[in-house]
Design a protein around this ligand. Sequence first.
Ligand code: B12
Length: 492
Amino acid sequence: MKILLVYPEFPDTFWSFRHALKFIRKRAGAPPLGLLTVAAMLPEEWETRLVDANVGRLRDEDLRWADYVFLSAMVVQRASAREVIDRCRELGVKVVAGGPLFTGDPESFDDVDHLVLNEAEITLPPFLADLEQGSAKRMYSTSEFPNIQETPAPRWELLDLRRYASMAIQFSRGCPYDCEFCNITALFGRRPRIKTAEQIVSELDTLYALGWRSGVFFVDDNFIGNRRALKEEVLPALIEWRQGKAGLPFNTEVSINLADDDELMDMMVQAGFNTVFVGIETPDEDSLAECNKFQNRGRDLVESVKRIHRAGLQVQGGFIVGFDSDTPSIFERQIDFIQRSGIVTAMVGLLQAPYGTRLYERMEGEGRLLKGTSGDNVDGSTNIVPKMNMDTLHAGYKRILSQIYSPKMYYERCKTFLQDYEPPKIGVYLDINYILAFFRSVYKLGIAGVERLHYWQLVLWTLFRRPKLFPLAITLAIYGYHFRQVCELHVL
Ligand code: B12
């Protein structure tokens, strides 16, 4: 059997990092970990190839080669996924689809031959067994959550590693919290399911043996969902694994209460983590109560962020406007909060109700649900009717983005962050692409860019005040360029 695994193209969005990736000559930020994992579950004697349309072209001959195309996608890849399905139909190739887009909206894909939904650890084996018997059904789904200690290691060797800026690895699935707008608990449950330290170390060993030295993204929904396992098993194993190695900095996603645990932050830093994404959402207590984000309530959020920065972990933050409790003062408060916290990478979106969330049900019940969603929560769109007047909301949203990504405020924020941030202690791996990226930034940002004055001020300030953080300062300058391009393209 010949299987072609296909990952459709992402549009030019906030998280695509497309404009930043050009500086380091990479095509994509992260690999399709779902497909790599599914590939590891297929019978060994089957031939498998992978085409990630974000790093290479999907040719008709690739499709013709395959007996089955295995397609994975998020909602944001809908248009490209649709194109792949249409091409397969034209060429008479059968399609098996799975992943978040198809799991959330199977009704839109009548023309897909087999929908293998939810987590493949449960749904793929019966599909494969039926396929062998010649009686494969159209749809396989489950409400159970598998034990991921039995999940095989992803097959990274199917990738052309050189085209990616970072690799991905997964330690846990699920999140103990239950925020009203988040679909993670619906998709993956509230009890974090974890892999063993041995699994993680062995996966990292494989990446290391393949020559990987750049960043590794732990794609967990909330990495600190099971602290006991982290402190007693996983982090000690990672600290040990890292001895004598350079490169491979880690980043992940956590909840804000990481700031309350010095020991955990310290162990994460020793293990090589340098960046964490945190759902901050809003500085407004009523909105936090409304969306059940109790882990963010009753604390000085700016101070929590700064504690994490001072420990040596850069916070990237998610922010939302458009809660029922929001008044028009929220826009200035968000801008002020983002500036004071020094969160350089601030993803600000309008409140959306993904399928499967409690918010979706509430909006449906209140007759406030609109059709469809772009899947991109940073494009100024929403699928709900907000309580605030829509024009006021849009205007305020645009104001936030135009301000926080204006060169003046963006570079000011970089400085606030670099002042607070404790430089990482892990060995540095010198990659020629990063050195060249500096020279490209000199031209594109320092000579040709509207931000040139701010760029040179940051370069000089960092060289004199925080020289160890110079590469990071350049990376942030390049990110700023990307964020401005995306905001100008989609929102402003
Ligand atoms: C890593 C990640 C990213 C990476 C993408 C990396 C990449 N190239 O894929 C980055 C940071 C870029 C990203 C961005 C975004 N993401 Co994202 N992301 C994740 C995250 C945290 C992990 C995904 C992952 O690798 N999981 C590990 C693998 C093993 O699991 P998996 O992919 O789900 O695969 C399993 C099953 O789904 C199934 N499966 C998957 N594919 C297939 C295919 C077949 C044929 C079969 C049989 C089975 C199957 O089997 C696998 C094993 O069980 C998930 C949350 C999550 N827990 O899944 C969100 C998630 C996928 N992202 C989401 C969203 C919304 C986004 C953004 C739109 C967010 C934004 N703010 O703009 C952006 C859009 C991307 C873009 N470029 O524009 C949503 C998707 C919702 C949806 N229904 O589409 C999720 C589920 C998070 C959430 N809270 O809802 N994301």
